[in-house]
Ligand binder design. Structure first.
Ligand SMILES: [Zn+2]
Length: 1138
């Protein structure tokens, strides 16, 4: 072993030379005393090392580092520094080697600090600022030192930040690599906040240097230097002082101008992107243009629980500004990845998995006393029906529209008989003296349908919007007007309140008086069997809204006929977000171009009058509408602010509003500026929906996906911590889209997703009732009244017994129950469309539908949150709460629909009739396809790695059957997106509570995408109502198949059921080949199960004697999976030794 001061380090494995002389062999060679003071020999060693490490890639350096080479070099630095003066050549060579080694040694920074080498390098630099030859290697080493945060702080204290500013400078052709390294070093140092503070004074210098390079580097040879300068600015502006200095130094204008000049050169994108990042960060935060973020409308609750969200919201001191915080400064640099092509959101669900095994087990029920639940018996008449009087009259539509003035009650109300609907007026020419209905007339001659609140007010309601006026008014009269329930009053202003004394408005005249005054209604009867405009208006009259909406939106009135053309998921155009952000920044750069004109404002009693044709007209005062304010920013650009959910101060995402007064061909840009979610499918190809009234009356009544230049990004409107869960420094997000209109005098509607109002539901239910055949048992009860005074319908659908024989009655009563619900979240209108598909299928006349009705009793609550839907909420009910977080302990006063729905289920559990399947339909805003969430103790435990031995966890795998079947027949459905893990944050949702408390093993949430599909037949297409309704129908077919797979053998002989397979083909429900390739199976079965898949595969092969062809084995396996997953599971358990 060499005993020299270098410690006898081998260069390469076990037999090599010591660095001291490269002569002494290790370990058996005789010791040679090295003369380390011999400068020349040190240099020689360094030369050789330099050469050795330059070639051979990183491998040699790796070996050198692993043998402790770094430490020796650093020691040498120290000893060399003690010479006076230190040998320049030794230092130069040493640092050259260190620069190479440092990049490969992850602990280089720490080692250098512990060895005390940092200061040696720094001092060397300070003394040799003009010595470019020495400077470069020293800077390279310094750059590596600085990447360690502790080092960065310590170097900053030693004046290195200042030092770097002495080296960097304006454009020069000389020493560019030196400059580049200095900038990189500086950039690394400035990641420390204290260093950034030191550099704040240099912001103007950096901006000046950047401009200088921008101007002179015309051939773009030094992009890295320019990028380096920007990186320094980026890091300095992470702190508030830095942002202020940047603004003071006119940084916005400088970076905006330089970036604009770079736009044409694609290779300069990194510069533009970094500039844009800095500008967004420094953009002065604006407040939303609102007096308060509380919803414009307030609904006075009868019971306001202290400490609840509503109490908190309305107990704020008067006059308090809740729009921004006083100290709203985001000191922290916010995530920098929300640029072009932003990263998909992280899967953060892992920390949300329920790990408390007791919460995963069925709840030891301290269930409610049966006496208390007994009142719910009346909702289950079918369970005791004896049909001794075999008449079908008992099945009739009950009372959805009948109880407008019913007192609020937390007890279920049954309205005994339906209030007969007013007889329908023929759609032909209105009769004298009757309330005329809109009638078909030559197109384009439309006007108001005025609907007054007077019961008898037929004649004299022609006043409202038909009188001719000048300019735009005239144009609009000749063009279009809105359907309105005239005379209903207040524009909100926080009032709301007292809506129970509303008289049902009725259709009134107004159309007869003028020649233009007749509305041409598209005849959609053939295409939309469940739609009827007149009936819709009737339904609206009995709908209670907090703002007391007095108008009806055309799309809801006319109906929507799904287009037959395919609507592809948009491919995002490169640079869209950047362009939009630059346009936003221009507001600051060219403030004089900004109009800032309020054209619509619910906070002001009288919405601003719009002048002649210079601005668009907005309106959102109809069911499910929720636009609060529109500000014209530029000639063709509008900022739109959405209203919060009633009795809340946030939840903005859903939108539905009307636009008129547009210019044909003008490039309009709309920005919804108070979105809250951090990302959106609008960034991944989803378009907004638009409904053109001109198109509708030309025979194309439909919502279409539209809009270009769509993107969704964080904006410069700051979000008060009050509405951000206490977090300060949050911003809102902008959802922007551009649009050119094709028709003059059009009225267009925009929506987040296909609207589906509560009144639409009521209309559909009435029409469905008409579809009922004598073989169908349909009952509609009013489950309860909502806080807003709307009825919550409960449907019972099954088949009438074939006869009144005991057997038949017994079969009838003992059919398993399926419990479905939907639309607890008002913004998820897709859930209602899926439910429409389900209901329409269930009520249909196909043999399949009949089999289904014979197989089950369906209990359906099609809209769990009518109030939220009516009032344009996104998430909540009138209690200001997410109803799908109240299932653990719903309050009869605050959450009546949840309380009573849960009670129905508790009643069923109490009489041992818990449903076979429970499914709550939802919409998902961030994922594609349709999929399910279920509950599995096992899969939850598997995910969490809790140590629970398998034998503790016996679980029937039946919960997988339904999603599995769905994935085989529903093209939009994706099994891969399903999850059966129970999350902590979901413990109060319907799915988890029904699973755990009611004991329903097949308890699901079915989520439908708002965007489109990325697999299956609809891959690459946006989803439409046709696909959503189809999904609802296929859900039914899947239930039938589930029935076959779960029934006792004798039932399989049932004629209808035997034909399922062929029926499936007939109904275009494609059954996937059972023998898919292995990887498909792997994709479809959960990972933990795959372990047993292997076992099963072997066993199947063994049992079959000769190895069967793979496809056969797989086919067998697939059947095993479908038929009896639980068998497979126990099989697995028996095979796995521990
Ligand atoms: Zn939902």
């Amino acid at each position: 072993m060499c005993m020299c001061r270098f410690g006898g380090v081998c260069m390469n494995g076990c037999v090599s030379v010591c660095v001291c002389t490269y002569k002494c062999l290790c370990p058996c060679s005789p010791v040679i005393e090295c003369n380390t003071q011999d400068l020349q020999s040190i240099l020689n060693i360094l030369y050789i090392l330099n050469e050795l490490l330059t070639v051979g890639g990183g491998r040699r350096i790796g070996v050198f580092v692993s043998k402790g080479g770094t430490g020796i070099l650093l020691q040498l630095v120290i000893s060399a520094s003690k010479e006076s003066p230190p040998s320049e050549e030794v230092m130069l060579q040493l640092h050259s080697v260190l620069a190479k080694v440092g990049q490969k040694d992850r602990k280089f920074g720490v080692k250098a600090r512990l060895n005390g080498a940092l200061n040696v390098t720094v001092n060397l630099l300070k003394q040799n600022l003009q010595n470019y030859k020495l400077l470069l290697p020293c800077l390279l080493v310094l750059q590596v030192y600085s990447s360690n945060t502790v080092n960065a702080v310590s170097l900053g204290k030693n004046g290195v930040v200042e030092l770097m500013f002495k080296i960097i400078g304006p454009y020069s052709k000389k020493n560019t690599s030196l400059l580049k390294v200095s900038l990189d070093t500086l950039g690394a140092l400035l990641k420390s906040k204290t260093n950034a503070q030191r550099a704040v004074v240099h912001v103007p210098v950096l901006l000046y240097i950047y401009q200088d390079w921008h101007r002179n580097d015309t051939r773009h040879r030094h992009i890295l230097i320019r990028k380096g300068i920007l990186s320094c600015l980026k890091n300095i502006t992470n702190i508030k002082l830095g942002r202020k200095a940047f603004i003071d130094a006119d940084g916005m204008r400088i970076l905006y101008n330089t970036s604009t000049e770079c736009l044409s050169v694609r290779t300069l994108d990194p510069l533009i992107n970094t500039s844009s990042l800095i500008m967004r960060k420094c953009f002065p935060k604006n407040r939303l243009p609102l007096p308060t973020i509380k919803s414009v409308f307030h609904h006075q609750l009868l019971h306001v629980p202290a400490g609840g969200p509503v109490a908190q919201l309305y107990n704020q001191p008067l006059g308090m500004d809740d729009v921004v915080d006083e100290s709203d400064n985001n000191e922290e640099a916010e995530a920098e990845n929300d640029m072009e092509n932003e990263v998909e959101e992280k899967d953060h669900h892992n920390d949300d998995i329920e790990t408390d095994i007791n919460k995963l087990r069925p709840k030891e029920t301290h269930s409610r006393p049966f006496e208390e639940l007994k009142i719910y018996e009346r909702f289950f008449m079918e369970l005791s029906e004896d049909f001794q009087v075999m008449q079908y009259t008992f099945v009739s539509l009950k009372g959805v529209t009948a109880t407008p003035a019913a007192p609020k009650s937390h007890r279920p109300i049954i309205v005994p008989t339906a209030q007969a609907l007013p007889p329908k007026t023929p759609t032909a020419a209105p009769l004298q003296g009757e309330c005329p209905h809109p009638a078909p007339v030559p197109a384009l001659d439309l006007d108001t349908i005025n609907i007054t609140k007077d019961q008898d007010g037929c004649g004299d309601h022609t006043h409202s919007r038909t009188h001719p006026g000048a300019g735009l008014e005239q144009e609009l009269v000749q063009g279009l007007e809105r359907v309105s329930l005239d005379g209903a009053g207040p524009q909100g202003g926080g009032g709301g309140g007292n809506k129970h004394n509303r008289q049902p408005p009725i259709l009134a005249g107004g159309v007869a008086s003028s020649e233009e005054g007749v509305l041409h209604v598209p005849d959609t009867a053939l295409l939309l069997p469940l739609h009827d405009p007149d009936l819709y208006v009737e339904m609206v009259k009995s709908t209670s809204s907090v703002p007391q909406f007095s108008e009806v939106a055309y799309p809801d009135y006319f109906g929507h006929v799904a287009p037959t053309s395919r609507e592809h998921i948009l491919e995002r155009v490169y640079g869209v977000q950047r362009t939009k952000i630059f346009q936003d920044i221009e507001r600051l750069i060219h403030p004089n171009d900004i109009l800032d004109k309020v054209v619509y404002d619910l906070d002001i009693q009288s919405c601003p009058v719009v002048d002649g044709g210079e601005s668009l007209k907005f309106n959102s005062q109809f069911e499910s509408g929720n636009l609060r304010k529109a500000v014209q920013v530029r000639k063709f650009e509008y900022d739109l602010v959405l209203n919060s959910d009633i009795n809340s101060n946030h939840y903005h995402q859903w939108f539905y509003f009307e636009v008129s007064g547009m210019r044909v061909g003008a490039p309009y840009r709309f920005n919804i500026i108070n979105c809250e979610k951090s990302n959106s499918q609008f960034n991944y190809g989803m378009q907004v929906l638009m409904y053109s009234v001109q198109e509708a009356i030309s025979g194309r009544p439909r919502w279409v996906r539209t809009g270009t230049d769509i993107c969704y990004y964080k904006n410069h409107f700051s979000r008060s911590s009050i509405a951000a869960g206490g977090q300060k420094g949050k911003s809102y997000y902008t959802m922007t889209f551009s649009m050119t209109f094709n028709h003059k005098d059009d009225v267009c509607y925009f929506a987040y997703h296909y609207p589906y109002t509560y009144s639409t539901l009521k209309m559909h239910l009435q029409k469905l009732e008409a579809l009922r055949t004598p073989q169908t048992y349909l009952r509609e009860d009013v489950l309860c009244e909502t806080l807003g005074g709307n009825s919550c319908p409960l449907l019972t659908i099954t088949a009438m017994p074939e006869s009144t024989s005991n057997d038949q009655i017994c079969q009838f009563r003992n059919r398993p129950l399926v419990f479905l619900s939907s639309r607890v979240h008002p913004g998820e209108t897709n859930a209602s469309w899926v439910m429409k598909g389900t209901l329409e299928f269930l009520m249909g006349s196909s043999p399949l539908a009949h089999s289904l009705r014979e197989a089950y009793i369906f209990k359906i609550v099609p809209m769990l949150n009518p109030d939220g839907v009516v009032n344009g909420n996104h998430r909540c009910s009138l209690s200001g709460e997410d109803l799908n977080r109240q299932w653990q302990n719903p309050s009869p006063e605050l959450h009546p629909t949840i309380y009573h729905t849960k009670s129905l289920l508790q009643y069923l559990a109490a009489i041992q009739r818990a449903p076979l399947v429970f499914c709550d339909y939802h919409g998902h805003s961030r994922k594609k396809n349709v999929f399910m969430y279920g509950c599995s103790l096992k899969e939850t435990v598997w995910e969490t790695n809790i140590s629970a031995t398998s034998c503790e966890l016996h679980e029937d795998l039946g919960y997988r059957t339904l999603p599995k079947i769905l994935s085989q027949m529903a093209p939009a459905f994706s099994l891969a997106s399903c999850s059966f893990v129970v999350e902590r944050s979901k413990e109060a949702t319907a799915r988890v509570v029904v699973w755990r408390e009611i004991g329903v093993q097949r308890s699901y949430t079915m989520e439908s995408t708002l965007c489109g599909c990325d697999q299956g037949k609809y891959k690459g297409l946006q989803i439409g109502t046709r696909e959503l309704e189809e999904m609802g129908a296929q859900f039914c077919v899947a239930l039938l198949r589930l029935k076959r797979l779960t029934s006792p053998l004798k039932l399989r002989n049932h004629a209808h059921l035997l034909d399922v397979e062929s029926d499936l083909t007939e109904t275009r429900c494609k059954v996937q080949s059972l023998a898919g390739p292995l990887k498909d199976i792997q994709r479809l079965v959960p990972k933990p199960l795959l372990r047993c898949l292997g076992c099963v595969l072997r066993v199947v092969v063994l049992l079959g004697g000769e190895p069967s062809p793979q496809s056969e084995v797989l086919s067998t396996l697939e059947q095993v999976f479908i038929k009896d997953l639980s068998v497979l599971c126990s099989f697995h358990l028996s095979l796995v030794p521990d």
